[in-house]
Write a protein that binds this ligand. Structure first.
Ligand SMILES: Cc1cc2nc3c(=O)[nH]c(=O)nc-3n(C[C@H](O)[C@H](O)[C@H](O)COP(=O)(O)O)c2cc1C
Length: 197
């Protein structure tokens, strides 16, 4: 059987969202029964997206919205929408912004609506916010503040003004890795009907 294929497509103006995209890739690669590829919107390969079983969309939050280059990618997908060629694929989304809120939710809503217009099936984050999981998630309760922004629709990260080597923090990177693993497991189940590895 061909391995279920996951493609992560993102924009990152200054490198911070790229770090989150790479963390999702690392997490997804933990399920070795799937194949994971990562592209920026500048290097998008539409044929690879057409062959994917799951597409993960990622954009920084710029002015409370997806960034202009990511919106350009969205608009260019109109031809695919016309034929509903992404219908019944899985989809997921993530964003990264400077502020703790910073209106990141608006970007996740934009990405989920975009996936819905394409007839895709949306994967949620599935990690209880760290302020609510004293009992539910040992990793979060002890050292890390997983899902510290309390997101449900997708993964959120928050970056300061420092370089992408130091921000976003480990909490958000680990959250993104776990999201990646969830995405890969879901994709494997979607294609092969079993949880995979
Ligand atoms: C044009 C522009 C608009 C921005 N708008 C927001 C915003 O609405 N909310 C926010 O919290 N941060 C905002 N920021 C900060 C970025 O989201 C933050 O620096 C992020 O880490 C950038 O990601 P990148 O390095 O992948 O481009 C904005 C930055 C730029 C350049």
């Amino acid at each position: 059987m061909i391995k279920p294929r996951i493609v992560i497509i993102y924009h990152s103006g200054y490198g911070h969202t790229k770090v989150v995209a790479q963390a999702i890739q690392r997490g997804a690669e933990e399920n070795t029964a799937t194949e994971v590829r990562l592209f920026s919107v500048e290097e998008v390969d539409w044929d690879v997206l057409l062959d994917a079983d799951c597409i993960v969309f990622g954009s920084p939050t710029y002015m409370g919205s997806v960034s202009a280059p990511f919106k350009e990618f969205m608009d260019k997908s109109g031809k695919i929408w016309l034929k509903q060629q992404w219908k019944d694929k899985l989809a997921a989304g993530f964003t990264n912004a400077g502020s703790l809120s910073g209106d990141k939710l608006n970007v996740l809503i934009q990405l989920a609506l975009f996936a819905a217009q394409h007839g895709m099936n949306w994967i949620t984050l599935g990690i209880v916010p760290s302020n609510h999981n004293d009992e539910g998630n040992g990793e979060a309760a002890s050292v890390l503040r997983l899902n510290r922004m309390g997101s449900y629709l997708g993964a959120m990260a928050q970056s300061g003004n420092d370089s992408p080597e130091v921000t976003p923090p480990t909490d958000d990177i680990r959250t993104a890795e776990l999201f990646g693993k969830r995405i890969a497991d879901a994709t494997y189940r979607w294609v092969a009907g079993a949880p995979g590895i």
